[in-house]
Design a protein around this ligand. Sequence first.
Ligand code: AGP
Length: 609
Amino acid sequence: MCGIVGGIAERNVVPVLLEGLRRLEYRGYDSAGLAVIDGKNIRRKREVGKVQGLDDLIKADPMSGSIGIAHTRWATHGKPSTTNAHPHVSRNRVAVVHNGIIENHEDLRNAQKQLGYEFTSETDTEVIVHEIDHALETADGLLNAVKQTVKKLEGAYALGIISTANPNLLIACRKGSPLVIGVGIGEYFIASDVAALLPVTQRFIFLEDGDIAALQIDQLVIYDAEDNIVQRPIKESQLKADAVDKGNFRHYMLKEIYEQPFAISQTLEGHFINHRLQENSFGHNAGEIFDQVKSVQILACGTSYHAGLVARYWFERLARVPCDIEVASEFRYRHPVLAPGTLVITISQSGETADTLAALQEAKKQGAKYAVAICNVPESSLVRESDLALMTRAGPEIGVASTKAFTTQLATLMMLVIAIGRRFHLPNALEEKITSELFALPGKIEKVLELDGQVSELAEQFAEKEHALFLGRGTHYPIAMEGALKLKEISYIHAEAYPAGELKHGPLALIDADMPVITVAPNNSLLEKLKSNMQEVSARGGQLIVFMDETLVPAQDGNVQYIKVPQIENEVAPIVFTIPLQLLAYHVAVLKGTDVDQPRNLAKSVTVE
Ligand code: AGP
């Protein structure tokens, strides 16, 4: 999704802004641009495609400045093009970069046309820059012009603004889209994600909704939504600048797949004493919140939603906790009824997914007393807006296709199932068994990663395919869904997941020798049922690829290939069976030559609706 970087310093900020844009590339974008104030002029360069293209343009015709803004755009209003790329400029006086969506842009555009403003883009953003320019006619300086303008904007925005009217002032505004200030020594920067600024500072101020910040080299003033001057705390980031490096891996996604054993141990770390979960490790108020739970409502999107689907099985089957789950973008508009005592659990890697944040707000509106977030980014909006946050400690996830965030979400959800399940019907012995399984996970995943070579060979059969089916049952149905999502996201092969029992109700019609059917087959109580479903595929000439528990004896009939997955106890098996599916999607994408880490049309953090 769109990314913002900006800065004001004694030095030339252009290299900092370009490096910042590179560090935001993982979020997904289709064009990039940069503007600085150079004397009495705004100088701007924009380019469709990679940040490297913008860098090349600047090398060919160098520009510099001690105040500037830059942007990576992910098209919403208007196609990817140079004229739609940010920064947008009005009358060589104001330049703006914008993340989010301005909902009343049409009304503003019509009014501005009447005033004589000419539009050079199809974006919603251009109305912001003209509105500020118009306000400058009467307002006392840029800050006041911005304050007047934001009052007229409906929708969500994070803004970086510069103007020749006040060439030593950088303005940052936040409403609904994240924005941080990086505090340097005698310099300030802004960005939509701390990762962009790690090479220049570890100290950050997280703006709150409605904040407007006025940054000068030696002064920072923040105004809240009511126009009061406020102090926001400076937080030290634990992230190192190299935390977002690829290391020796060819792609971030592969690195992140291989980081999973460590990420899971980190996520479990500090929550157990003598293998007994300490629920106060989640927060001082955790016990009080869990005591009031009568049922659970999970809200999430994409991969995080799949983690929630697994958790629903766990909550209900293991602990008899009533649990519902819904895709956040549907929940937010459904006027749902939440029974008293419903604990809302949101799941999100980024903590900035617009639909999940809006669903949380809707749940609160419908009377939810407590909300728990499972999230990978401590400073995110979701964490700040929840009563309790359970952090996954996966480390920065850069690949657009989520991997280590998913498995750490599952580990965290299992801890939550234990904590809440104790108040319901989770037997002690089962709690102890699950706890041991959780601790054994990193070792098991190390072993599954040894299948990489085999899975890579298997991938060769997929490179020419256009479709694939994924089958699973019980907790492994959401794992099949996740496998299908991974494959379609990065290899662009159309993939669908079905609960295996549903096959005969329609999808069986798709089966022929050209349709690979990937089946997740752990050794559990549903195995015999699953075998029958696999036979339905074999009998129709389908090509079965079965990820199977190594303790099972493979049947030899039909067009079937087996990949044996190291034996794993039942409850956490979904976490382990996810790994080969991630590897499969990865290797297929590499063979197809797609952009694995930044697949087309997608963004890492979906901050618009
Ligand atoms: C995962 O591979 C996807 N890129 C996507 O579905 C993602 O999980 C979804 O957008 C939700 O993101 P979040 O976890 O940051 O809220």
